[in-house]
Ligand binder design. Structure first.
Ligand SMILES: Cc1ncc(C[n+]2csc(CCOP(=O)(O)OP(=O)(O)O)c2C)c(N)n1
Ligand SMILES: [Mg+2]
Length: 804
C-alpha cells in the first residue's frame, strides 16, 4: 500500500445548507453505486447459473472487477460526465456500465438478461454491438485507454482546423482502466506521443485494486508509474483513504494506523481484506503493540466495523471520488490513482484468485438479502434502496450525461475529386501513391482539406513527402523548418502549424493504428468527417496488428497503405519482407485490401477507397504497394475496367474461346506473369492473363454470392464466376503473388479447375528482385514450370506444353 502522497481530504462541516444538499447528493450516488453492483453481479449470475447453458461452454463474467470500479463509474456517469465528454470503460466492468445505462433507461432488461448471449449486452463494451451508447470499445487491455489519448488529439485537430463549431466545448476523453493495463507497452508509447503533441483534456482513472488476472501487483511498480506520468506532464492525483479512514487517522492511534497501512505490502492487504475483521484485529494488535490508545481504537470497533473501516479506500468512497473529479480546474492531463479493492463487498474480496470468481447460488442468495431485494424482483432498477424509484429516476435524468448525443445525423459525404493517373512510362505503385497525394494537396477541394495523413516515422520513405510539403505538419505551435531558415537544401519542407494536415508519429505502429482508429471515427465522435490516410512499411502491420484489429472492431474508417511490401523490396533486406500480410488483409473484417500493380489501377483504387470509407456499409481500406518500377500499360481507362479493378480482377489478356490455361497475377509480379504468358501463347493461343487487383474483394464477393444462392436468390453471380464463365472445365490455372500463395489458391475452387499456386512461403534473403524471385520460385521460369506441373497433374504424360 506504499504511496508517496495522498490527497484525500475530510471536508464535511455539518450544518450549512450546502452541506445538506451535498449529503443528499452523495447518498443518492451511493444508492446508485450499490444498485449498479447488484445489477452487475446479478446479470453475471443470471448468465452463468440461471439461463440455460446448452453447449456447456463457460459463460463467465467478472464480479470482482465490477466491484472495484463501481463507485468510480457511478460518479462519472451519474454526475461528472458532460455531453461532450467521451469515456472508455475497462473491459471487465462492462456489466457495471450496462447496469448504469439500464438505470438511465438507456439499456433494456432483455439485453441484460442476455448478457454475453447472442445480441445481448456485450461481454466487453462494444461501440458497434452494444445497444447503449459506448464511446470506445475495450477488450484487448491497453488499447481502449490509448485510444482516448488519440481521440483527444483528434479533437484538437478538428478545433484548430475550424472543423467544429467554435463554441463547441472541448470534451474530456476519459478512461477508467485496470491497473494491470499499465503493463501494456502501448500505454507508454501513447503517453510519449501525447507528450510530444501536448495532449489536453485527458483523464485516466486507474482502478488501483493492485490485482491483475493471476495475482497481486508489485507494490513498488506504481511509484515508477507515477513518476512516469509526472515526467510526461500529467497531474497525478492519488485517492488513497476514504473519509472513514481519514477520520480514524485523526483519532486514537490514528497516525500509527496510517503508517501501518502505508507500510503494508500489497499481498498482505489483499489477504487481510479476504480474511476479514478478526484478522485485521490480530495483525494490528501484533504489529502496533505498545502504540498509545491502540486499545481504544480497536475496542471502538467490532469485527464487522473494523473490516468496514480498513477497506474504506478512497476509490470506493463517493465523497473522495467526487471531490477529486470536481477539483480539476484546467485541461492538463489527469491521472487518478484510485485505491480500490477487487471484489469489495463480495465474498471473495481481495482474494488473489478472484478475477474470474463467481458467487455461487447460496452466496448470491445472501447477497440479495443483504441488498434488501425480494425474490423475483432482482431486475427492478431501484429495488431495496432508501429512496423511491421515482426519486432516483429523476435524479439520474438530471445528470448531464442524459443529454449525450444519441441520434446520429446522416453522415456528410465528402465528394472525392477525379483522381488522375500521373504520367509515367515506368512507375512503382508507391511512387504513384505519393504523386497522387501531392496532386490532391495542390488542389483546394473539400476532400483535400479533410484528408489527414499520418505515419510512424516513415513519411518520407513511404512517399508522403510531397503531400507534407504542400500541407504541412500539424502542431499546436507554428514552427519553421530550421534547415530552410539556414538555407540548407532539402527536398522536405517541414513547416509545422495548427493548420498542418500531416500528423507525424514516432516509430510505434500501435500509435499509428490507434490514431487511425480515432481519426476514422471523427464523424461519429465529434460530428465532423475526416479522410484519414496512414502509411507504414508493410511488414510492420504485424507490429500494430492488434491495434489494427481494434480499429476495425470499432468500424473506424481510414485508408492504410503498406509499402514497400513482399520480397520485392529485395535489397532492403529479409527482415522487412512481408509475406502473410496478403492473408491478414483478406482475413481482417471491416478492412478491404487491394494490391494494384499499375498506376492507373492505383488511381482507380484510391478514388474508390476514399468513397468506400464514407459509405454506411463501407469499411476501412488497405492498399498493399511496392517500390518496384513497372512498365505501365498504355491504355485508356473505361468504366468497365474501372468497375473490374475495384471488383478485384480483370482480363489483362482476354482468354480465347477455348482457353485451357490461365495465369493469374497480383501486384508487383506483373512483369513475370506477362512474360510467361507471352512465351506460352504459341502453345496455348487462347490462354488468358488475369490481373487480380484485390483477392480480398474477389473472395468476399464469391462467398457472399454463394450465401445469396443458398438463401434462394437465383441468378446471383459473383465477379470471379463471371470472369471464369467462358473457361473450359479442363483449363489449368497458375497463380502468382509476392505474398502467401493461399491468397490466390482458392481460385481453383470457383469452377473446379486444376491449379498451381505460386507465392512466397519462405523469406529472409536479401538480393536483387531477380535473385529473390528465382530463389523463392515466383519468376517467369517458375511460372512456366508450374504450367507444366499442373497440366501433368491434370492430364498425365509428360506434361507437355503442347496445346491439346
Ligand atoms: C491484450 C490482452 N491480454 C490479456 C487479456 C486477458 N486479461 C483480461 S483481464 C486481465 C487482467 C486485467 O487486470 P486489471 O487491468 O488490473 O483489471 P481488474 O483488476 O480491474 O480486473 C487479463 C490479463 C486481455 N483482455 N487483453
Ligand atoms: Mg487490477
Amino acid at each position: 500500500m506504499a504511496t508517496r502522497r495522498s490527497t484525500g481530504r475530510v471536508t464535511t462541516k455539518k450544518g450549512s445548507r450546502r452541506n445538506v444538499e451535498r449529503d443528499a447528493l452523495i447518498q443518492r450516488l451511493e444508492a446508485i453505486d450499490r444498485k449498479a453492483l447488484w445489477l452487475a453481479t446479478w446479470m453475471i449470475h443470471n448468465a452463468n447459473h440461471i439461463r440455460p447453458n446448452v453447449d456447456g461452454v463457460k459463460v463467465g463474467g467478472h464480479q470482482a472487477s465490477c466491484a472495484s470500479a463501481s463507485t468510480l463509474l457511478t460518479a462519472l456517469y451519474a454526475r461528472i460526465l458532460r455531453p461532450e465528454d467521451r469515456i472508455a470503460v475497462k473491459p471487465h466492468a462492462s456489466p457495471i456500465m450496462h447496469a448504469i445505462h439500464y438505470m438511465f433507461g438507456l439499456q433494456t432488461r432483455n439485453n441484460l438478461e442476455r448478457f454475453r448471449g447472442y445480441g445481448g449486452a456485450q461481454s466487453y463494451p462494444s461501440r458497434t454491438k452494444d445497444a447503449c451508447p459506448v464511446d470506445f470499445s475495450t477488450g484487448s487491455v491497453g488499447l481502449g485507454v490509448g485510444a482516448t489519448l488519440f481521440a483527444s488529439m483528434v479533437q484538437d485537430y478538428l478545433r484548430m482546423h475550424g472543423l467544429v463549431e467554435p463554441n463547441q466545448p472541448d470534451g474530456r476523453m476519459i478512461a477508467v482502466m485496470g491497473d494491470a493495463e499499465l503493463d501494456e507497452g502501448n500505454i507508454f508509447e501513447a503517453l510519449m506521443e501525447g507528450w510530444k503533441h501536448d495532449v489536453r483534456n485527458l483523464w485516466w482513472v486507474i482502478d488501483y485494486n493492485r490485482q491483475s488476472l493471476d495475482g497481486v501487483i508489485n507494490m513498488f511498480l506504481f511509484q515508477k508509474i507515477e513518476d512516469f506520468f509526472r515526467s510526461v506532464g500529467w497531474n497525478v492525483v492519488t485517492l488513497k483513504y476514504g473519509t472513514r479512514l481519514q477520520r480514524a487517522f485523526e483519532g486514537p492511534a490514528g497516525e500509527a494506523l496510517r503508517r501501518w497501512i502505508d507500510d503494508c505490502p500489497n499481498p498482505m492487504y489483499s489477504a487481510l481484506t479476504f480474511a476479514g475483521g478478526a484478522a485485521w484485529r490480530d495483525h494490528l494488535k501484533r504489529d502496533l503493540r505498545g502504540t498509545s490508545r491502540l486499545k481504544e481504537l480497536l475496542d471502538s470497533h467490532d469485527d464487522a466495523t473494523l473490516h468496514h473501516l480498513m477497506t474504506n479506500l478512497a476509490g470506493h468512497d463517493m465523497t473522495s471520488v467526487l471531490e477529486a473529479f470536481e477539483a480539476v480546474e484546467d485541461d492538463t492531463p489527469q491521472c487518478f490513482i484510485a485505491y480500490t479493492i477487487k471484489g469489495l463487498g463480495l465474498p471473495f474480496a481481495g482474494h488473489k484468485d478472484n478475477h474470474a470468481g463467481l458467487m455461487n447460488p447460496e452466496q448470491m442468495h445472501r447477497f440479495r438479502e443483504a441488498n434488501n431485494i425480494a425474490e423475483g424482483r432482482e431486475w427492478e432498477p431501484f429495488e431495496g434502496l432508501d429512496f423511491s424509484p421515482e426519486e432516483l429516476a429523476d435524479f439520474l435524468n438530471s445528470a448531464p450525461y442524459c443529454n449525450v448525443r444519441r441520434t446520429r445525423n446522416e453522415p456528410a459525404v465528402i465528394p472525392i475529386p477525379e483522381i488522375g493517373v500521373p504520367e509515367a512510362k515506368r512507375a512503382s505503385t508507391q511512387e504513384t501513391f505519393g504523386r497522387i497525394l501531392n496532386d490532391l494537396g495542390r488542389g483546394d477541394s473539400d476532400a483535400a482539406n479533410r484528408i489527414v495523413t499520418t505515419s510512424p516515422d516513415v513519411t518520407v520513405s513511404t512517399n508522403l513527402g510531397g503531400w507534407v510539403n504542400q500541407r504541412g505538419l500539424f502542431d499546436r505551435e507554428t514552427r519553421s523548418d530550421q534547415f530552410r531558415l539556414e538555407h540548407i537544401t532539402s527536398a522536405q519542407k517541414w513547416e509545422a502549424s495548427p493548420g498542418g494536415q500531416h500528423i507525424e508519429l514516432g516509430i510505434a505502429e500501435n500509435n499509428l493504428f490507434l490514431l487511425l482508429a480515432t481519426l476514422g471515427l471523427s464523424e461519429d465522435m465529434f460530428g465532423t468527417r475526416l479522410l484519414p490516410i496512414g502509411t507504414l512499411y508493410d511488414i510492420f502491420i504485424g507490429r500494430g496488428l492488434d491495434a489494427l484489429n481494434y480499429a476495425c472492431y470499432q468500424d473506424a474508417r481510414f485508408v492504410v497503405v503498406g509499402t514497400p511490401s513482399g520480397i520485392t523490396l529485395a535489397p532492403e533486406g529479409g527482415a522487412h519482407q512481408s509475406v502473410g500480410t496478403t492473408l491478414v488483409g483478406m482475413a481482417q473484417d471491416n478492412l478491404l485490401t487491394l494490391e494494384p500493380a499499375f498506376a492507373d489501377e492505383l488511381a482507380v483504387s484510391m478514388q474508390w477507397a476514399m468513397e468506400h470509407i464514407q459509405k454506411p456499409d463501407g469499411s476501412a481500406v488497405y492498399l498493399r504497394l511496392s517500390t518496384r518500377p513497372l512498365e505501365q500499360p498504355q491504355r485508356a481507362m473505361t468504366p468497365v475496367l474501372e468497375r473490374d479493378i475495384v471488383s478485384g480482377a480483370y482480363w489483362f489478356r482476354e482468354p480465347g474461346p477455348n482457353a485451357d490455361l490461365i495465369i493469374a497475377f497480383a501486384g508487383a509480379v506483373a512483369p513475370e506473369a506477362i512474360e510467361a504468358h507471352a512465351s506460352l501463347v504459341d502453345d496455348f493461343p487462347d490462354a488468358g492473363l488475369l490481373a487480380v487487383t484485390s483477392a480480398d474483394r474477389l473472395h468476399t464477393d464469391w462467398r457472399t454470392t454463394m450465401r445469396e444462392r443458398a438463401a434462394g436468390t437465383r441468378g446471383a453471380h459473383s465477379h470471379v464466376e463471371q470472369l471464369f464463365d467462358s473457361l473450359s472445365p479442363e483449363a489449368s490455372i497458375v497463380t502468382v503473388i509476392d505474398g502467401h500463395p493461399a491468397t490466390l489458391s482458392w481460385l481453383g475452387s470457383v469452377r473446379g479447375h486444376a491449379i498451381a499456386p505460386l507465392g512466397v512461403d519462405h523469406f529472409g534473403q536479401s538480393g536483387s528482385v531477380a535473385d529473390l524471385y528465382r530463389s523463392y520460385g515466383i519468376d517467369t521460369e517458375a511460372l512456366i514450370d508450374a504450367v507444366a506441373e499442373v497440366r501433368l497433374r491434370r492430364f498425365g504424360g509428360n506434361g507437355s506444353l503442347a496445346a491439346n
